[in-house]
Ligand binder design. Sequence first.
Ligand code: GDP
Length: 375
Amino acid sequence: MDGDQPYFHIENDPRYSGLNVNQGIEPLPSVNDASVKRFLKNKKKRSLSVGQYVDGILKGDITILSQAVTLIESSKPDHQEIAQNIIVKCLPFTGNSVRIGITGVPGVGKSTFIEAMGKFITAQGKKLAVLAIDPSSERTKGSILGDKTRMEDLSIDPNAYIRPSPSAGSLGGVARKTREIIVLCEAAGFNHIFIETVGVGQSETAVHSMVDFFLLLMLAGAGDELQGIKRGIMEMADAITINKADGNNIEKAGLARIQYMNVLHLFPASESGWKPKVLTCSAYLKTGISEIWDTIDQYLDQVKANEYFQHRRNEQSKFWMYETINERLRNDFYQNEQIKKLMEESEIKVLREEISSFAAAKKLLDLYDQIRKNN
Ligand code: GDP
């Protein structure tokens, strides 16, 4: 290029003005406002009345059941109100089911087992709902039942309904919601209910308080400490099943079975009069499944005959009434801003020994009384 000449480029030649970029026009919105408004109006119209929800549930309409379950899970007060009305109307149609709690540490094979046992049940034409209590889950990868593909066959089985754990909230809140979901599932004709939980924390106590039969899955060759199972959980179990009794593991599973039988002998007799059983199975090969089902059947026969079944359900109903009251009172108290502030100050004073624990508690409760009177 010649140093005196301005830089030349063909695009700057007036003869090529066609290469210029036009200014363009304001892009149109990707959705038409009027149609959005129409859609929202229709959507509103489509939201069902309590009666329509109840009718749909009683007819076994899974879409409507799922929508009602979403209302139970919602924390919005108006959703809660509709949900409670639906539950009350469904209550007379519930109770005719078998509720089974299934627990065990991650990796023991709960999903595989539920898939095997679930298919065994639905193959007999029975309807099964699979729910979960997993207060730790925040829709994370590890959340139980979060990923339906873990139960491939069951999730496309028309006789099965799988619903992951309500995610948000305290264990008490999550558990209460699961108990309410049981009511809707039973009203929708699901006469078998599985409730899965991870056997490492407090959640199995919550599951135990809403099921008829509690099944603990274990592995052979891993000490109890390794499996993170507390004695209290073993005491709650109506049956222990050593899973993965296949291949080289069959003998070890048999030995573990004898060990657990010996441990269970040491526990005090249960109120139901039932002696917990220890079995083995391979959820993967689907062996030992019918034996577990026979055990559950035997248990039900026994506790229905001695009336423990109804007694336990009555106790559970009372328990959940008190739990609901406790949860509400606790939240009301601890979530109050004035209480929270005084609580912080009181904690510091108690630790500095400027005030006794009891006096601090009394001050907080007095403030709570005052707040309630003013409301
Ligand atoms: P969960 O975390 O308790 O729900 O356990 P999963 O059902 O996801 O199983 C964990 C792993 O163990 C998976 O790789 C399964 O394929 C495997 N598994 C489950 N049951 C059996 C069984 O009976 N035998 C064998 N060999 N493997 C199993």
